[in-house]
Design a protein around this ligand. Structure first.
Ligand code: ADP
Length: 721
């Protein structure tokens, strides 16, 4: 325990002795003099714009119920009277002085409850004074308002200790005893000491000092002490739904009717006063309920602010991550992380349409635990009755939450079991009304329906993701267009060069033949001519590749039995490209492959190039397998067609090739290899209306898949037999 002097000097050192505002002091002394004209009071008030505004707000409030509204302070002062003006000024000043953040949050004091108690005690004290005529009502009001001010002083000076006291008080320990145990003084003494430093009427300080004293002592005191004592007891009881007050009947012989009237008027006045003063109070009907309500309100408000601040900073970091994302995978990952941190959702799937807008493909970032499940999540875009497709096509769906059992669409129900959730929320990713895809969120049971702030937050996240995806897709589209333009330009140049080079090459070749004839058979120069001839042939080989690259699209289309064509080709290649004993080549023809209309020469050229590359890549030996199969229109890629799959067990494409797939002049080989092969293959396949894709890994080798379209006139083989 510390001595009183130390406590007071600590309070002073901590700067916790507030001074009353100048305007209040002037007003208090003006009101003390009964002869002060009202015009002087309104003059003092009008020097303080904030106080003037509050007074006008109060006089115009429903509490007073005047028919017309007041716009001048003079009128308001006349209607409210000097005492009410004084009470208002006192309330506002005291609240202002003590409402700094430091004091409000100190020592676990609950500000809303504190101010409600203070205002209620002030108001009931005023009514008791009016009813009994024992003392001036404005002094009673001020005494009531300040009766617990010592708590604020102690709590803001000894924050930790007071926090501990408040906690013990909640367990039922007597507050005054605790204060005395910790500080050697209680809040009644501290409050009185403070008020004495303000040179107010000393009776107010006394009333504060004795508001917890034994009733026997109070009975012998002057009226103001009795009034504050009774008002405090009445307020305490009222908070506990107890409408009696022993002190009121003992000290003033008040009956229950008086008490009912006082608390009713008092509580109405508190509401009006608090509203016009902008003071947050918590109405306390039941102490327990009250405490919880206030705690809840404070906690909710705090939580809201904290979550808003968090949301803003997280949203900013999400946007930064999105802007810096180099791939769709990184965008998905940024979204998944943010949605998890901000909204606590950890089940996310993205559904984006394929290039032809025929299928939805389920996707996630590579880090998402659902990533491996995604490969099987494909839905036809147009034909699906799934909420995913509905959300994609409808900008304003009425009811789009996917719920267990409620939806007959099986794909939707399967999504729920993938999420292991009872509900999933599909959100449209769109930009300027045009859909880019759909995000599906697995919702935990307890989060339905979503609170507004979560919905708004989701809206922002989804919008930003849609924008970034849109930009990425536009970038890809543009890159593809650039590639085509570049290929066209290269093709034109290649054609021109091939033509120009062929002429002199032909002339040189002819001269070499002529020279051979002119020289005697054993002439030493014939060896050199042979070398020149070899090099000329190498140049010719490269030029013919350039010609191939720039050749006009194949135009001779005919109905072809692909299996038959490949079988013949395989026989030829086996004895040439695959003559090495460590290489094997096999063909598995698909049983249901129909005849298709295509270019025989184009297919031959493509297959020979791919098989040649595979054989060349497998320096240490290996196997190549060619397969054919019918491609169903329900599979990704759409439309029915014929698939030709060429797989090898080689070392896989080097990274430089993989990252620049189908770009010309990229080669790892020397001696006359131009690096045009794959780009020629890609061009030919696309010229004949097909699609080429590649899957290559260092461990599993390389697989090229060609999908050739089946056109209307094509015949299923089964119809021919
Ligand atoms: P080139 O054969 O003239 O090098 P291509 O465009 O046909 O040009 O091939 C480019 C490069 O791709 C080759 O140099 C080779 O490194 C790589 N490549 C092509 N096919 C395969 C394959 N099946 N396995 C491994 N690497 C391959």
């Amino acid at each position: 325990m510390i001595s009183k002097d130390i406590v007071y000097s600590k309070i002073k050192d901590a700067g916790n002795i507030p001074t009353l505002p100048e305007v209040l002091l002037k007003l208090l002394s003006a009101c003390d003099n009964e002869d002060t004209p009202l015009s002087e009071i309104s003059e003092i008030v009008s020097h303080d714009p904030a106080l003037s505004a509050k007074i006008l707000q109060l006089v115009n409030s429903a509490y007073y119920g005047f028919r017309h509204s007041f716009s001048s302070i003079d009128q308001a002062v006349i209607y409210l009277g000097a005492n009410t003006i004084k009470n208002l000024a006192v309330t506002m000043s005291v609240h202002q002085v003590f409402s700094s953040k430091r004091q409000q949050s100190a020592g676990n004091l609950r500000p809303a409850l504190f101010w409600w108690q203070s205002l209620m005690c002030a108001s009931t004290a005023k009514h008791i004074a009016e009813k009994t005529g024992a003392t001036k009502s404005d002094e009673a009001y001020l005494g009531g308002l300040l009766h617990n001010i010592g708590q604020l002083i102690l709590a803001s000076t000894f924050r930790e200790e007071y926090g501990a006291i408040t906690a013990q008080k909640q367990l039922g320990v007597d507050l005054l005893a605790l204060e005395e145990q910790y500080f050697g003084i209680n809040h009644s003494e501290a409050g009185a000491w403070l008020v004495r430093t303000w040179n107010l009427n000393p009776l107010i300080a006394d009333a504060i000092q004795y508001h917890h004293a034994p009733i026997t002592l109070i009975k012998e005191a002057f009226p103001l002490v009795k009034i504050i004592y009774a008002a405090n007891q009445l307020t305490q009881n009222y908070m506990e739904l107890n409408y009696t007050c022993d002190a009121c009947s003992d000290l003033f012989r008040m009956g229950q009717n008086d008490l009912d009237e006082i608390v009713e008027n008092g509580s109405e006045e508190v509401d009006a006063m608090a509203a016009s003063m902008g003071i947050v109070v918590s109405t306390g009907f039941n102490k327990k309920e009250h405490r919880e309500t206030e705690k809840d309100t404070t906690q909710t408000a705090e939580k809201t602010i904290i979550s808003r601040v968090q949301n803003i900073s997280l949203l900013t970091s999400f946007l930064t991550e999105l802007v810096q994302a180099n791939s769709v995978d990184e965008m998905f990952s940024a979204f998944e992380r943010s949605i998890n941190i901000l909204c606590n959702f950890d089940k996310v799937l993205f559904f984006l349409p394929d290039e032809k807008n025929l299928f939805f493909n389920g996707q996630t970032s590579s880090q998402n635990p659902l990533h491996s499940t995604c490969s099987g999540l494909t839905l036809p875009l147009e034909k699906s009755s799934s909420q995913i497709a509905k959300t994609y096509f409808n900008p304003h769906p009425k009811e789009h939450l996917i719920q267990a059992g409620k939806d007959s669409n099986l794909a939707d129900q399967q999504i729920l079991s993938i999420f292991k959730s009872s509900a999933a929320l599909p959100l449209r990713l769109s930009i300027k009304g045009k859909a880019v895809g759909v995000v599906l969120l697995g919702l935990p049971q307890e989060s339905c329906p979503l609170p507004d702030h979560v919905t708004n937050l989701l809206g922002s996240l989804v919008q930003q993701l849609a924008l970034c995806l849109h930009l990425e897709f536009e970038k890809r589209k543009r890159a593809k267009e650039l590639h085509t333009e570049r290929m066209d330009a290269i093709s034109m140049t290649a054609r021109k060069f091939a033509h120009e080079i062929n002429n002199p090459l032909g002339i040189i070749s002819n001269y070499l033949v002529g020279m051979r004839f002119k020289l005697p058979e054993e002439h030493e120069i014939l060896g050199d001519i042979g070398i020149i001839d070899e090099e000329i042939k190498r140049i010719s080989g490269m030029v013919s590749q350039m010609q191939m690259f720039s050749q006009a699209p194949f135009s001779k289309f005919e109905q072809i039995d692909i299996n038959k064509l490949i079988s013949t080709l395989i026989q030829l290649v086996k004895s040439s490209l695959f003559a090495r004993p460590d290489l094997s080549l096999s063909f598995i023809p698909g049983s249901d492959v129909p005849l298709i209309t295509t270019s025989r020469d184009a297919i031959k050229q493509v297959l020979i190039n791919l098989l040649k590359n595979a054989a060349e890549a497998m320096e240490d030996g290996g196997r190549v397998m060619v397969r054919t199969k019918k491609h169903s229109e329900d599979e990704p890629g759409g439309n029915s067609g014929v698939e030709i799959i060429i797989s090898d067990t080689g070392p896989g494409l080097p990274d430089a090739v993989k990252n620049n797939l189908y770009k010309p002049f990229i080669t790892t080989k020397q001696n006359g290899h131009s690096g045009l092969g794959l780009s020629i293959i890609n061009k030919i396949v696309s010229d004949i209306g097909g699609e080429l894709s590649c899957n290559s890994t260092k461990t599993k080798g390389t697989t090229f898949t060609i999908i050739l379209p089946i056109t209307k006139g094509d015949t299923p083989l089964s119809d021919l037999t």
